[in-house]
Every structure is written in C-alpha cells, then in structure tokens.
Design a protein around this ligand. Sequence first.
Ligand SMILES: C[S@@+](CC[C@H](N)C(=O)[O-])C[C@H]1O[C@@H](n2cnc3c(N)ncnc32)[C@H](O)[C@@H]1O
Length: 196
Amino acid sequence: MRLSDAEFKAMNGRIRGQLHRRVEFPLLRRLGLSESAGKDVIELGCGNGLGAELIASLRPRSYVGIDFMPEQIELAKLRAVKDARFLVGDATHLPELSDQSADVVVIFGILHHIPLWQQAVRECARLLRPQGCLIVEEPDAPALRGWDRVLRWAHPKTGFSLVGLEAQLASTGFRIEKRVRIPGVFGFYRARRVAS
Ligand SMILES: C[S@@+](CC[C@H](N)C(=O)[O-])C[C@H]1O[C@@H](n2cnc3c(N)ncnc32)[C@H](O)[C@@H]1O
C-alpha cells in the first residue's frame, strides 16, 4: 500500500536515515545480513534506496530493490548504487522475479503496510533458494497504533503483529534462527527457508 503523505515525509527524512544507518542496519548485519556478501539479494519495500546503499557495502553478487510506490523507486535510482536494479512491484505478487532467485531476502519494515502480508511472506519463500535467509525488521501492533495516534501516519488495517509474523514464518516453511524482540515495539529476525 502507498504511504500516507506524513509517513512518506518521515521515511525520507534525516532522522529516519540516521536511525537506519546507525541502529537498524548494524543490528540486522549482526543478525545475519552479513550473509549477503557474494550472494543474490532482494530487498522488498526498498523505499528511497538507503538500504541498497548500505547493503552494497556488504558486496552482494546482485541486488534487486522492489517498492510499490514509483516515487520511492525514483528516489532510489537517484542514489546510483553500482549494479543495483530497482523495480516498481507488489511484494505479494512478483512475476518479474523467478522462483529461487535469491540467497537473501531483506525487509526493513514493510509487511505492516500490506493487507495480505501473509502472501508477501509466501512470496519470500518462493524467491529464496533452499537454505536461503530472510532478514526481517517489523514494528509490533501496539507501536503502530501509537504512531497512528500521535503522528497520524494512517497505516492500513492489516492485523499485522509480531506474534502473527512468527506463526506465518513457521507455517510457510521458515525456521527462525535468531530473533531480537521487544514485545509491543519492534522485532528483528533471521529466518531460514527449510521447506517449501
Ligand atoms: C515504512 S516504509 C520503509 C521503507 C524502507 N524499507 C526503509 O526502511 O526506509 C514501507 C515501504 O514499503 C513499501 N510498500 C508498501 N506496500 C508494499 C508492497 N505491497 N510491495 C512492495 N512495497 C511496498 C512502501 O512504498 C514503502 O516504501
């Protein structure tokens, strides 16, 4: 789903950029994103391409960033990250990407924007090779309610929660190998694709 104007502005602002660089990326790198070195990486909901720039420092073999909003993809392309491809697409249905075309799929906070987020998790399983790795960061439902109340970000009603995400990962053939979960606030996961 498209971001509200308020969230679009915040996501592309300086504070969010600093948080991504200094907190989220280092945490996810320690959690397993460092596996991207020499591997084929897909980022779903790549936003303005900062993730692509940070992941490029890990020297993946290839990188594809997908986002639903053409404006985000335009911003991402402006970064001119070497060898990165950016495409407009919907994480729930990505016919332009082949089955088992990635070793690592990365999600920095997008599932809570997708009414059919469970389908996006299934799409991650389709894209990953066996033993491929899904790295996910998502806010929990109470944090989302708080942001909407205070910042008026107007998230869509998706029923997303970290408990629901963990159940969906298990039922989609992922094994959670590592997790940092602050209940009600944020969750960070490394999940391995162990079955189809
Ligand atoms: C909260 S922003 C995060 C952006 C970026 N990952 C970051 O960390 O700055 C969520 C992003 O997910 C994208 N998005 C929402 N629904 C999507 C979908 N169905 N498929 C792909 N991207 C989607 C939005 O356009 C937005 O760029």
